[in-house]
Design a protein around this ligand. Structure first.
Ligand code: ZN
Length: 277
């Protein structure tokens, strides 16, 4: 693929959390005006207007809803907690259908004080329990492996291999993987596991941002593409070599960017997307 083929906005998607200070109607208007084509909506941005109304606003703007973020968090130390998670995941699936997307991203969860193996078993049980509901609603589920620094309370699934192995347990076309460079860039097996994921037709989403040095906050110090040490273009090449032709989703949680002018941030995202990812 040549640089000029890479360098256009036709597959640029932005997560609403990236421009956190913007309400949903502002984000939709600004993204569309900037030439962004896709939007991934975080659930908080549905709270005010609801998924039906937000879906309508997105379609009228010409944007496409790429996915709803996020479901998951299946593990809990008691049965009531696990049941509450299942109920909430059924609700996320219904919200996604009402919004007009066919993809929910799962941050699978973990609980400090119980083993990762137990959490993985609970994740497997949880996904197994909601699968019929997802299938009936036509909603695919993307397991997003998270960097191991989140293994204590956000996800017991931390590598592409684990995500692939997990999908193998189900062998179901509704269950796949969201590849996020922030979580996975360090993994020596990443290229081969991305290939494995593509071969199984389960690479559902691709998230981009950068890893800053030093990282000041474990959650909210993600960098703009090109500001950190991830070779995003190389990983994107591996992803696209599998046949993936979906959106490149900019997902940046950043206390420092959120404090700046969001219009300027959006311009910086476009520039970084074209030049550094
Ligand atoms: Zn992500």
């Amino acid at each position: 693929m040549t640089a000029s083929e890479l360098n256009d906005l036709s597959r640029l998607c932005i997560h609403t959390i990236t421009t956190k200070p913007w309400a949903i109607e502002v984000a939709i208007e600004k993204y569309a005006a900037a030439g962004v084509k896709g939007i991934t909506i975080w659930r908080q941005w549905l709270e005010e207007k609801g998924p039906v109304e937000v879906g309508k606003m997105v379609r009228e703007s010409g944007l496409e809803v790429v996915s709803l973020c996020r479901g998951g968090f299946f593990p809990a130390t008691d049965k009531a907690g696990r049941q509450a998670a299942i109920d909430d995941n059924r609700l996320v699936i219904d919200e996604a259908a009402a919004l007009g997307t066919d993809l929910v991203v799962l941050v699978c969860g973990a609980v400090p004080g119980q083993t990762l193996a137990e959490s993985r078993k609970q994740i497997q049980d949880g996904i197994g329990t909601i699968l019929d509901h997802a299938r009936a609603a036509g909603i695919r589920l993307a397991i997003e492996p998270l960097h191991p620094m989140y293994a204590d309370e956000r996800s017991a699934i931390n590598t592409m291999k684990q995500a692939n192995d997990f999908c193998d347990l189900f062998q179901d076309p509704m269950i796949g993987v969201a590849v996020d460079v922030y979580h996975l860039w360090w993994d020596p097996d990443l290229k081969q596991e991305i290939q494995r994921c593509g071969k199984a037709d389960r690479l559902f989403a691709f998230h981009i941002c950068d890893w800053l040095t030093p990282t000041k906050d474990l959650l909210n110090d993600r960098g703009l593409m090109g500001d950190g040490c991830i070779d995003i273009r190389e990983i994107r090449g591996w992803v696209e070599n599998t046949g993936f032709n979906g959106f490149n989703e900019v997902e940046i949680f950043s206390d420092s960017w959120w404090q700046k002018d969001q219009d300027q941030f959006l311009e910086s995202i476009k520039k970084a997307y074209l030049n550094d990812s």
